[in-house]
Design a protein around this ligand. Structure first.
Ligand SMILES: Nc1ncnc2c1ncn2[C@@H]1O[C@H](COP(=O)(O)OP(=O)(O)O)[C@@H](O)[C@H]1O
Ligand SMILES: [Mg+2]
Length: 331
């Protein structure tokens, strides 16, 4: 709750939960305006609200995005009442924090989208599998009847292409269903080494690829899958960084282990950060990106009961942190 005096909109009083929500002390707020204390991430939203109030329109259940003292985003619902305080008017506003509800809503939507995609890819995979099986049967019988080694070898190539289509379909389906993981005791340093070996094609002038791995870091993970995750993260970092360093580190954190990929690249704007883990989201040209790398990484990490987090600042760089329990606890 807050009480603002008109006409200059300064805070006359705020209650404890207002201070807690926005991380201020009373002294920092009283006598100042909401603009002074940096409450508005979008000052035009403030103008809209003020216009309504000045026109005498009721403000009820208005959704706003505000900022705490430390810069955290808070989604809130606001209602404002005009009061007479002696000769002056004042606005009494009540703010309800719906940040967590919003996050939940977003996650539910994401899950729904994945589920819908799962149904679609399941259907497509099923329908395409029948003609694929026919292709391989026809190729096999044709190969048996032919004496011409050239034809036999081409039929084998047709079959290889068919297997490729099959595995693409499987990958797609694996994105929406958590992939089955086969955890074995693994020293994560071998995963780091294995991933770095695969980085050869992405190394380029001006970028240094560093490894930070000291003593053994052991956890029960699916080594093949986790290596694919690390390959995806490191590849992204190398692709993003035209000049600077990419560091891959492995850490023992007690009950968990962490794989950290840090780059000094361009960082990401908020609209990219928001969509990062969505399947098919990419900012890269067609030949370079499918937008599946991070979606895949997330589903593998989730299947281990771990988390994948990103910190990014424009012009500074990006850090992806994968935290895995030493003993997997699938969701
Ligand atoms: N280290 C990074 N620095 C900057 N942008 C990144 C980084 N990692 C990922 N991204 C952004 O996230 C998008 C999605 O990544 P990803 O899922 O791996 O798909 P893809 O690499 O095929 O585009 C990329 O297109 C890029 O815009
Ligand atoms: Mg990628």
């Amino acid at each position: 709750m807050s009480l603002l005096a008109l006409p200059d909109n300064r805070f006359i009083d705020v209650n404890e939960s207002f201070l807690r929500l926005f991380e201020f002390t009373r002294e920092e707020v009283i006598g100042r305006t909401s603009l002074d204390i940096g409450l508005w991430s979008d000052p035009t939203a403030r103008e809209g609200l003020l216009e309504k109030l000045r026109a005498g329109e009721p403000v009820r259940n208005v959704e706003l995005t505000l900022r705490t003292k430390s810069g955290k985003t808070r989604h809130v619902i606001v209602a404002v009442e005009t009061l007479s305080l002696g000769p002056h008017e004042a606005w009494l506003s009540a703010v309800v924090d719906i940040t967590e509800t919003k996050d939940l809503e977003r996650r539910l939507l994401e899950n729904e989208r994945l589920a819908a995609m799962g149904r679609l890819t399941g259907y497509v995979a099923h329908e395409i599998n029948t003609p694929l099986t026919n292709i391989s049967l026809l190729a096999a019988t044709a190969a048996k009847r032919s004496q011409d080694p050239e034809i036999v070898s081409r039929l084998e190539k047709i079959n290889a292409q068919r297997r490729l289509i099959g595995s693409i379909l499987q990958d797609l389906a694996g994105l929406t269903r958590p992939p089955p993981i086969q955890p074995v005791e693994t020293d994560l340093r071998t995963i780091v080494d294995g991933s770095l070996e695969q980085m050869e094609p992405y190394l380029h002038e001006g970028v240094e690829l560093r490894k930070e791995a000291g003593s053994p870091v052991v956890a029960d993970v699916d080594p093949r899958r986790i290596q694919q995750v690390l390959v995806n993260l490191t590849k992204n970092a190398l692709q993003a960084t035209s000049n600077g360093t990419v560091t891959v580190a492995v850490e023992d954190r007690g009950d968990t282990v962490a794989l950290v990929v840090h780059d000094t690249g361009p960082g990401m704007p908020p609209d990219v950060l928001e969509k990062l883990f969505q399947p098919f989201f990419t900012t890269k040209p067609k030949e370079q990106g499918t937008g599946l790398g991070l979606a895949f990484a997330k589903s593998v990490v989730n299947a281990h009961g771990g988390t994948i987090e990103v910190e990014s600042e424009l012009g500074q760089g990006t850090t992806f942190t994968v935290v895995l329990p030493k003993i997997p606890s699938p969701p």
